[in-house]
Ligand binder design. Structure first.
Ligand SMILES: [Zn+2]
Ligand SMILES: [Zn+2]
Length: 387
């Protein structure tokens, strides 16, 4: 899209397949040789340095990573987890005291988590030591058909689009929501299926006449269409026979007058793999679904897949970060999470307003379960509940 506003710092267009082919052969010339990767790497180093293989092996034994260890490393290097008894430092004592306080008082732990600057980082997902352990654990058990092999690894992030800058001259403010690692050989649809959005779990319709009615369908099972817009191409998800091409109206609008936008083309999301893409790192693209639910998609990094990555193909697209949201609480008791969104309720301080299940039923129905008053009620899903 020629007139697309580029974000400050976005790179030039990168052809992912070209990147892969070019760098795969120049950075790792031994890849693809019918040898174990260690032997191949050793041979390649001997050739590059113009020395014998014996010399490379000797260098490896006297300069290898293992020689950096003294044999007395503590088993767990994670900060704030282990406290050596023989160290008499005030900082260590205070850390120990702090951790004991957090472990013994749930209230204090919650207070600290709320106050922490990086409270949105989910430790279980992106903790580096966990990643390393997971890597080591899954390496031996990955069946050969699920091992990744030569590939590129792409890191991308999904942002909420609600806080985009309104002015053409201001830099958009993007709220990071999720971050993924995907493989170059994976289809775009595989990523789409992993992106979570609270609107996918909405159940449309008024349930005020019968709040126990469970016949509704999730929006994601009814409205399955969606697209990614990347560098002038709409990648439409047309896996279902009744899927719609959401991009058609946009393309029609773009060509209707001399708007200076385009050219825009379309491709089937299911047929495209990430190696087929041409992207700019740092440039906001669009993921649209449910008719008008927009998410910003940004490619953050493209690199070759290596041994330190999780080797099991089934782990990808891999969620490495998910923002945690404050739950929406009931406007009446201000204790429980919201389960109902009401319109026109005479008991609500706002309109629309949120209720927990208990308050909703107590205020809006008599003892026989008969609806009181004229209002509409939708089932509400808290973003906190979406994983
Ligand atoms: Zn959405
Ligand atoms: Zn309540």
């Amino acid at each position: 899209m020629e007139s697309m506003r580029l974000l400050k710092g976005a790179t030039d267009v990168i052809d992912v397949r070209e990147f892969y082919e070019k760098w795969d052969s120049s950075v790792m010339p031994y890849l693809g040789v019918d040898q174990t990767s260690q032997d191949a790497e050793r041979d390649a180093i001997a050739k590059d340095m113009d020395v014998s293989i014996d010399t490379v092996m000797e260098l490896n034994s006297v300069c290898g990573v293992e020689t950096l260890k003294n044999g007395d490393e503590p088993p767990d290097m994670t900060l704030l987890k282990s406290f050596p008894d023989d160290v008499d430092l005030m900082a260590v004592k205070m850390q120990k005291h702090e951790m004991m306080k957090r472990n013994t008082s749930t209230q204090y732990k919650q207070f600290i988590n709320k106050k922490m600057k990086y409270k949105t980082v989910q430790e279980k997902i992106c903790n580096f030591s966990n990643l390393q352990n997971a890597n080591l654990e899954c390496k031996p058990s990955v069946p050969s058909e699920n091992q990744v092999g030569h590939d590129v690894l792409i890191e991308l992030s999904i942002h909420t689009a609600t806080c985009m800058g309104a002015s053409q001259n201001t830099q958009p403010k993007l709220g990071l929501d999720q971050r993924f690692q995907v493989l170059g050989s994976q289809h775009l649809t595989e990523l789409r299926d992993k992106i979570s959005c609270v609107n996918d779990l909405a159940i449309s319709g008024d349930f005020s006449e019968n709040p126990d009615d469970n016949s509704g369908f999730y929006a994601k099972d009814v409205y399955k269409s969606g697209f990614f817009y990347i560098e002038g191409v709409f990648y439409n998800d047309l896996r279902e026979v009744d899927s719609r091409d959401y991009s058609s109206i946009i393309r029609r609008w773009a060509t209707a007058e001399d708007r200076g936008i385009g050219p825009m083309t379309t491709k089937n999301m299911h047929n495209a793999i990430f190696l087929d893409l041409k992207v700019r790192l740092g440039q906001p693209y669009l993921y649209l679904h449910q008719g008008n639910c927009e998410h910003i998609l940004i490619f953050n990094d493209i690199r070759l897949f290596h041994n330190d990555d999780i080797q099991d193909r089934r782990e990808y697209p891999r969620l490495t970060f998910k923002r945690t949201y404050k739950r929406s609480i009931c406007r009446v008791c201000e204790i429980h999470s919201s389960r109902w969104l009401t319109y026109g309720s005479e008991h609500a301080p706002d309109d629309p307003s949120f209720f927990c299940d208990q308050c909703f039923r107590t205020l809006h129905y008599d003892k026989d379960g008969k609806k009181l008053g004229n209002f509409k009620a939708c089932k509400y899903f808290d973003k906190q509940a979406v994983l």
